[in-house]
Design a binder for this molecule. Structure first.
Ligand code: ZN
Length: 261
């Protein structure tokens, strides 16, 4: 049984870093857009209630796409994001005064100054996100005082991941097994780990907003449900049915399939 939860962003550039530094066989990985604990209440609650978990680590990162969406929606007032993304991701930062007023501070800057100032606002937002998720998880685990909650912001420059080739073409959604190595998952799915976003939850319904972001913002059309061992196959079949049931909506035109070891 897992002793630790690592809640990380689904970003493809974190795959190798997580494998190398956190994948110790005793870790339950949960991953979504922006390492958002609010969207994973069921998975986190069940794991903590089992009594096995003694720590939770939240890992946000620099150059985070989910935080770019938040920035774009709040600072640039881009109203085109769907309700799911607004409700579950953007609205967490509604009361963040610093971000709300960042647009005024950016006005009148020349392009070079503006891009530097934007980068600094985004970095502050990324840190704020980790603090927000850690605070939320501390509240959530209040009746489990032995559970230690901490968070950090992974600097993609420091882990040499900023210039990984490609733009991300695939998404893997894991809802049954959240402890396997990501390089193995990608090899089963026959995708390049540098190109593969990974969503992990114990309940496929918890990943819908993140899938929406993968499809609508990242333009990913190739979605794989991975079964690292054949015992998980039946569960994945029902997840596949669930996703196919939505294929008239935002998943229209997506290629969704199970990949088996
Ligand atoms: Zn991210």
């Amino acid at each position: 049984m897992a002793k630790r939860i690592v809640l990380a962003c689904m970003d493809r550039r974190l795959n190798a870093h997580l494998d190398e530094n956190y994948n110790d066989g005793n870790t339950l990985f949960l991953r979504n857009a922006g390492a958002n604990a609010h969207c994973l209440l069921q998975s986190i609650g069940n794991a903590v209630n089992s009594g096995e978990i003694d720590s939770i680590v939240v890992l946000g990162h620099t150059d985070c796409g989910a935080m770019k969406v938040v920035f774009d929606a709040i600072v640039n007032r881009n109203g085109s994001y769907c309700n799911g993304i607004r409700d579950k991701i953007v609205n967490l930062f509604e009361d963040y005064g610093y971000l709300k007023h960042a647009g005024e501070r950016l006005q009148g800057l020349d392009p070079v100054q503006r891009s530097r100032a934007e980068a600094s606002v985004r970095r502050r937002l990324e840190k704020r996100n980790v603090d927000l998720q850690v605070g939320f998880l501390k509240g959530l685990t209040r009746s489990f005082p032995h559970v230690k909650v901490e968070g950090s912001l992974v600097d993609l420059k420091k882990i040499n991941a900023l210039n990984l080739t490609g733009n991300g073409r695939h998404a893997i959604v894991l809802s049954r097994e959240c402890g396997s190595r990501f390089d193995r998952m990608c090899s089963i799915a026959n995708t390049d780990p540098h190109e593969t976003y990974v969503l992990e939850s114990r309940d496929i319904k918890e990943t819908i907003t993140d899938l929406q972001l993968a499809v609508e913002v990242l333009h990913i059309r190739d979605i794989r449900l991975v079964a690292p061992d054949s015992a998980l196959k039946d569960g994945l079949a029902s997840d596949l049915e669930f996703l196919k049931g939505m294929s008239s909506g935002f998943l229209k035109g997506s290629d969704i399939a199970i990949a088996q070891a």
